[in-house]
Design a protein around this ligand. Structure first.
Ligand code: G3H
Ligand code: 13P
Ligand code: ZN
Length: 316
């Protein structure tokens, strides 16, 4: 069942965070639904602009609609990840998305509010909710390049005003993470002090953590042993998610770790079975491994086992 992130956040706030997983294809979709059903977790499907144009946006929509039928017990939101204004409007008008992210975080404070407000007005008119971003993550996003040095943490003083004036339903905050597999050069962690200050000013308001892949070192080692070159890859300590959840983080975005599962499975598969050429053979391994990966993530997030409680909130 497709629901809005608003409903999922109501159930989760202060207790656990919901995994928001970036999806691009059939095998990921199958593993995603299987894993979330196995762990009885609500979840958010994130579709980026790049994912929508990888094949065709309607192919992705078709996949999600079919998955909804194949797995009727699943409860999830369909969310546009890092949208620009035009893509947000396209998704709002599609009648399919329950949630969009407008990412104008690279603009000035005023311009960010202005753009976000336009998207919010269009989205709310159709019952769709909006995530916006204040502050800038390090690393590389789809249409914005931000060097690590220029990464700007969210200013807690501005957060309240931004939410009030933009009307957004959730806020992505920059608290030290970055996108991709190379997040920290030292032992840098999350800035919980900044998160606490933001929550103080926005009590009860859902916050979002981007760039939350853990880049597990065992995964990186297996990729490298099977021919990869990912020296120095580093991510967020997943044991920190529950603390972040108590401070208002209700959505945790994970893409890179899923890509690492894909890379490890395929590198190892073709190393171990050089004679094979049926794409379904590694595909089956990947679907099972991706489902396992989702189950493990949901344990860290605390969303595992929450499906019945979410159903109860939805029936109110
Ligand atoms: O934050 C960006 C996500 O990891 C999506 O990546 O734009 O390459 O699909 P993508
Ligand atoms: P990662 O690159 O850490 O997986 O972050 C994904 C993300 O923030 C998608 O919006
Ligand atoms: Zn992101």
């Amino acid at each position: 069942m497709i629901v809005t992130t608003k409903k999922l956040f109501e159930a989760a706030y202060g207790k656990y965070a919901i995994g928001a997983y970036n999806i691009n294809n059939l095998e990921q979709t199958m593993g995603l639904f299987r894993g979330n059903i196995d762990s009885k977790a609500p979840f958010i499907i994130q579709l980026s602009k790049g994912a929508r144009s990888y094949t065709h946006k309607l192919m992705l929509e078709g996949l999600m609609r079919s998955a909804d039928q194949v797995f009727p017990e699943a409860i999830f939101a369909v969310h546009l990840d890092h949208g620009d204004e035009a893509t947000c409007m396209d998704c709002i008008n599609s009648g399919f998305y329950s949630s969009v992210m407008i990412d104008a975080s690279h603009e000035s404070f005023e311009k960010n509010i202005e753009i976000t407000r336009r998207v919010v007005d269009a989205a709310h008119a159709k019952g769709i909710v909006v995530e916006a971003e204040l502050g800038q993550l390090g690393g590389v996003e789809e249409h914005v390049k931000v060097s690590e040095a220029d990464a700007k943490l969210t200013n807690p003083e501005q957060a309240r005003e931004f939410v009030d004036r933009s009307g957004c339903d959730s806020l992505a905050c920059a608290i030290g993470t970055s996108h991709g597999a190379f997040k920290f050069s030292g032992s840098q962690g999350l800035h919980f002090d900044v998160l606490e200050e933001i929550q103080k000013r926005l009590p009860g308001f859902p916050l979002v953590l981007h760039g939350s892949s853990s880049v597990p070192q065992e995964e990186v080692a297996r990729i490298n042993q099977a021919g990869g070159k990912m020296g120095g890859a580093k991510g967020v300590d997943a044991t920190q998610f529950k603390r972040a959840a108590t401070l208002g983080v209700t959505k945790v975005n994970i893409d890179t770790d899923g890509r690492l599962v894909w890379t490890r499975v395929h590198r190892e598969f073709f190393r171990d079975y050089p004679e094979k050429f049926d794409l379904r053979d590694p595909g089956k391994v990947f679907m099972a491994e991706y489902a396992k990966f989702i189950v493990e993530k949901n344990e860290y997030l605390g969303s595992a086992g929450q499906l019945d409680a979410v159903r109860a909130v939805l029936s109110k």
